[in-house]
Design a binder for this molecule. Sequence first.
Ligand code: IMP
Length: 215
Amino acid sequence: MINFVTTNPGKVAEAREYLGEPVEQFEFDYPERQATDLATVAAHGARAAYRHVGEPVIVDDSGLTIDALGGFPGPYSSYVEDKLGIERVWELARAEDDQSGAFRAVMAYCDGESFEATPEPVDTDRRGQDIAADERGEATTDEQVDDEAIPVRLFEGVAPGTIVAPRGDGGFGFDPIFEYDGQTYAEMSTEEKNAISHRGRALAKFAEWYGSADR
Ligand code: IMP
C-alpha cells in the first residue's frame, strides 16, 4: 500500500486509476519549500511527508508552464489558480502571439531507505559544499548527514500542449484551459487523461520502477 500525501483528491484519483497497487490518500499539507524547480519542491515535500507518516509515501508537485510567459505559473500554479483563477490565466496567454505550454509533474517517492543506482535521479538534499568535501575525500560531519539526507527518488513527466479558452467540466485545476491533441484535459475521462498526461507519464515511470525487482 502506498500513501499519496496530498490535499488534492484529483491527483489521488488519477494515481488510483493508474497504479495496480492500492493508493491511500493521506491528508497532510506538508510545508512546501519555495523553489523555482518542481523537483526540489517535490523532494523536500516527500521527506517531510515521510517523517510525518512513517510509512512509504509518494507526493506530486506539478504545474502548468506557459512558454511566452517565461514558464509562468510553473511551481506557483496552485497559488495562481487560487488568486487569479484559470480564466485570467487564459486571458494572459491569449494576449501573447504563442499559446504553447506544458504541464509538468514530478512524483517523489520516499520510504526512508537508500536506493540502488538507476537512471532515475535521486535527491539527497545535500548542499554543494558537502559534495565538494566528499569529492576531496574529506569526511562529512554527523550534522551534515542528518535526516535531511534521506534519499528521495524522482519521476518526471511532461505533456506539451496549448492554452485555450476554457472547455469541458471534468478534472481539476487548469484542466479546462489545457489542450492536448484537440481536446482539453477537462474534456477527457480520467483514463484518457492518464494515457497522455504529465502525471500519467510520471506515474508510468514510477510504476515501472516500483514493480521492478531491483528497487
Ligand atoms: P501542487 O499541489 O503544488 O503540486 O500544485 C499543483 C497545481 O498545479 C494545482 O493546484 C493546479 O493548479 C495545477 N495542476 C497540476 N496538475 C494539474 C492537472 O493535472 N490538471 C490541472 N491543473 C493541474
